[in-house]
Design a protein around this ligand. Structure first.
Ligand code: ZN
Length: 236
């Protein structure tokens, strides 16, 4: 990928499998850096003392830096879980987007950055078996602990480029579900409802799929979106 600038981060190891076979790379995890500047983020992700990295880092102008080879296990997800997989780092490609984040002035991801991310994601989806449902945010795999890339990330636009998944338009039907059912539904989509509070998981779900309000309350619209999503993944 000729447009990519190469930078070396020492913060990686070999991908680890559960069964001795080479682990499948079948997830794409998106992050924001949450730091005040791009150069600080680049320094941090390449500093051996930080012990964190990602495979790619995209600045707000759309420049793409590769920090770790995709065959290696970059250290980006931490304690996390998706669809029963706990070692997300061994199964995923991690992409960091420069953005100050909620601590330093969270702002829209500029078009050049998103365009570059679409280009990179398409390339990665073409070369690895990554299903739409496994294109997720850090907050999806670590509810309650992480909130990036956050509610301003354009998931809907991404899905229109066939990257990730977005529920079809829906009519809101009023139906009351018990917490235990909502928890089961979220878990069958991929969220870890065992090790996180239900409120944190609902909030993570909303931040991704209903970003206008992510208060962690399973209102009718949230349940309707969740039902739609489950239906669409069952159909595919
Ligand atoms: Zn993150």
């Amino acid at each position: 990928m000729a447009w990519i600038k190469s930078y070396k981060s020492p913060n990686y190891g070999p991908r680890i499998s559960e069964d001795g076979n080479e682990p499948k790379i079948n997830m794409l995890v998106l992050h924001y850096t949450g730091m005040s500047s791009h150069s600080l983020s680049l320094e941090h992700l390449c500093n051996p003392l930080s012990k964190v990295s990602a495979h790619f880092l995209l600045d707000e102008k759309g420049n793409t830096y590769q920090l770790v080879a995709t065959k290696n296990r970059a250290w980006h997800a931490g304690i996390s879980s998706w669809r029963g997989i706990k070692d997300i780092n061994s199964h995923s490609i991690g992409i960091e987007l420069s953005n100050p984040g909620h601590d330093f002035g969270y702002r829209n991801f500029p078009d050049p950055q998103i365009d570059a991310l679409i280009r990179l994601s398409k390339e990665l989806i073409n070369t690895h078996p990554i299903p739409p449902r496994n294109i997720i945010g850090h907050s999806d795999v670590a509810p309650g602990r992480k909130i990036d890339p956050g509610e301003l990330f354009p998931w809907e636009q991404f899905a229109s480029e066939k990257i990730g998944i977005w529920p079809k338009p829906h009519s809101i039907k009023s139906k009351t579900y018990k917490d235990v059912i909502i928890s089961k539904m979220l878990s069958s989509y991929g969220y870890d409802t065992e090790n996180n509070s239900l409120k944190d998981v609902i909030s993570a779900f909303q931040r991704h799929f209903r970003p206008k309000c992510f208060d962690g309350i399973a209102d009718d619209e949230t349940i309707s979106i969740l039902s739609r999503l489950l239906k669409s993944v069952a159909e595919n």
